[in-house]
Ligand binder design. Sequence first.
Ligand code: HEM
Length: 433
Amino acid sequence: SIFSWMSQFFIVLLFLLFIALLGYCLYVKYVHLKYDHIPGPPRDSFLFGHSSTLVEIMKRNGVVHDKFLEWTEIYGPAYRINLLHYVMVFVACPETTKEMLMSPKYTKDKFLRDKIANLFGQRFLGDGLVTIRDHDKWYKQRRIMDPAFSSLYLRGLMGNFNETAEKLMDKLSEIADNKTTANMLRLVNSVTMEIIEMFHANTQYTETVLKPKSTVLLSHTNIPEEIMTQEDEEFMLDNFVTFFIAGQETTANQLGFCIMELARHPEILKRARKEVDEVIGMKQDISYDDLGHLGYLSQVLKETLRIYPTAPGTSRDLVEDMVIGGVHVPKGVICIFSSYTMGRMEKFFKDPLKFDPDRFHPDAPKPYYCYFPFALGPRSCLGQNFAQMEAKVVMAKLIQRFDFTLPGQSFDILDNGTLRPKSGVVCSIRHRS
Ligand code: HEM
C-alpha cells in the first residue's frame, strides 16, 4: 500500500540522514585530531565548538573581544577555537601579522565574510571593495578607486569637511546656550553621515569613479579604456554601500571615544587645545596644511584607536602550513588578527589601559605589527586619510570652541561588530571661557 511504501521511504531517508550525520561527525573528529595540538580553551560542545561561550557574551551585550584577549593571555600568541568543522586561530604574533597581512597570498577568508558576518560584525556586507576576495579583481578595482582618495582629491574636500563640521558647532553652540546636554555620539554620527553623502554626490568623485572613460581616471590609473566593463560599473555602485558601512560609523565611533577620553583627561585636552590655539587660533576655516601641524591631535586620535579600534580586526585564510609563535599550524584554518587584542597587551604596550598619546610621539619607537586599526598591507583601509582628516577637522573645531565634561556615565564599549561608546558620550557643553 501507499502507507508502507511511504514508511519505507522515510526509513531509508532517516538512514541516509543518519549516515550523512555520522560522516560529518567523523569529519569534525578528523579536524579536531588535525588541529587540537594548537592550544585553546576547552570546547563547549563537540559540534558547535566554542560558540556557546561567545553567543552567551553577545546575549548579555558583552564585548567578545575581551574574551579573545583573555584567551590570548592564557593560551598564547596562536590559540584555536572551533565551530563545526571550521578552525580559527587567533594570532597575536607581530612576525606572523606582518607576513600574512602584508602579502596578497593570504586572501580574506570566505567563512567569516559569508556565513557568520553577524557574529564578528555586519559592517562589511555586500560585494564591494571590502569583501571581494579574488586578488586580481580586487586589484583592478582598487586602482580605479585610489584616485578618489589621493591627497589631491582629499585636499579638495577640505571645504566640505569644514562646512559640515561647522553645522555641528552651530548645534553645540545652541546646546551650550541652553545649558542642556549633548549626546555626542549621535551628533558626530550625523556629521560623518553627511560627509559620506557629500563624498558620493561629489562630482569629481563621480566623474573619476563612475565615468570610466574620463581622462582624469585614465591619467591617474593607466587602466586601458577597453578593460572597463559594465560589470565594473556595477561593482562601483556596490561600493557606494560599502563606503557607507565601512566609513561612516567607524569614524563617528572613533570621534565618540576620542571625546570621551579627552573629557576624562583634562591635562591631555589642555595640551591638545594649546596646539589647536597655536595652529588655528580664532580662524574658522581649517586648511589642509593646518592639519599637518596638528601633530599632538593626531597622536590623540591614534591612541584612541589603540584602545578602541572601532573596526577591531581582520581575517585571512591560511593557505600553507606555518609556524606561528612556536606552534605548527597546518593550512586550512582562518587566521584572526585583532588590533583590539594586541593593542591591549602589556607585552606590546606598557600599562595598556592608560590613555597616553605620547606613545605615538614621533620620537617614540613605532609599534611593530601590533597596532593596525586600519588593517595593514594591500587590503588596508582605503579611507584612512579621509577618515583622519575628517576626524581632525571635527576635533579641532570642538576643542577650539567648547569645554565638555561627562557628568557621571559609563566608559563601556558596545560591541556591534564595530565598537562604539555604550553611553553615547553625553556631555555638558560650555562655550570656552
Ligand atoms: C576611523 C575610521 C575607519 C576605520 C577604523 C577603518 C578601518 C578599516 C579596516 C580595519 C579595514 C580592513 C577591513 C577588513 O580587513 O575586513 C578597512 C577597509 C576599508 N575601508 Fe576603512 N576604516 C575607517 C574609515 C573608512 C572610510 C571613511 C572609508 C571610505 C570613505 C573607508 C573605506 C574602506 C574600504 C574601501 C576598505 C576596503 C579596502 C580594500 O580591501 O581594498 N574606511 N577599514
